[in-house]
Design a protein around this ligand. Sequence first.
Ligand SMILES: [Zn+2]
Length: 256
Amino acid sequence: MSGSTEPAALPEAGGAVAALRRTALRLAGPVTRPIGSLTAVRTRAPDVVLTFDDGPEPGGTDRVLEALAAHRATATFFVLVDRVRRNPALAREVLAAGHEIGLHGMDHRRLSRLPPATVRAQLAAGHESLEDLLGVPIRWFRPPYGAQTPAVWRAIRGQGLAPVLWGPCAWDWLDRPAELLAAQAARGLVRGSVLLAHDGHAGPEDGADDGPRPRFDRGDLVRAVLAGIEERGLRGRSLSAALVAGTPRTVPWFLR
Ligand SMILES: [Zn+2]
């Protein structure tokens, strides 16, 4: 809560977030024992976990939200704090529509290549800033590029966050037709899968060099993915929603 000029309002607001964070910690604890990262959910419910990274982005996040609403699906959005600062209304729209927000970083730098003290500082600043900006506890962290060394993993857990990686992937940082990317996303997708897709494209302003911004409509991709999921009797859910009936499947995930 640092940086505010209204000290009288701080203790109560901070206390509320801290209390919620303690609950989130208690829930997230079993997710990561002993050195695991969540990559899927064990469940008997017909749930597929939808995750979207690198937003919020005008022209991306809004299209994804429309498609999710049309299919009554929910999702988890891993956001960049710098982007939330630039697009606060869009981030609030994500929460208002019943979706969940996790942390993807202050920016999109590869944490595995930063000194451990810098990683800890980036995670602490990102965690606190995001909770202050949104007023909700943040439970999940996804490292940019999935780049996680044991030191990065420890820093994530040290912040009381749980690392969330993924299973199937839409490869949607590439500029390909939405139908083709949806077919890619469906590969290996089963009940309990955590699907990686994007509602934004990290660029040089985010500390990333991920090539040119794709031109396909991200709403078209989500509609095609959800049509395929529904054909198989499954549904799209946020991670926390899927964990109501399911339990975390974790693996050691280390990647530079
Ligand atoms: Zn990313």
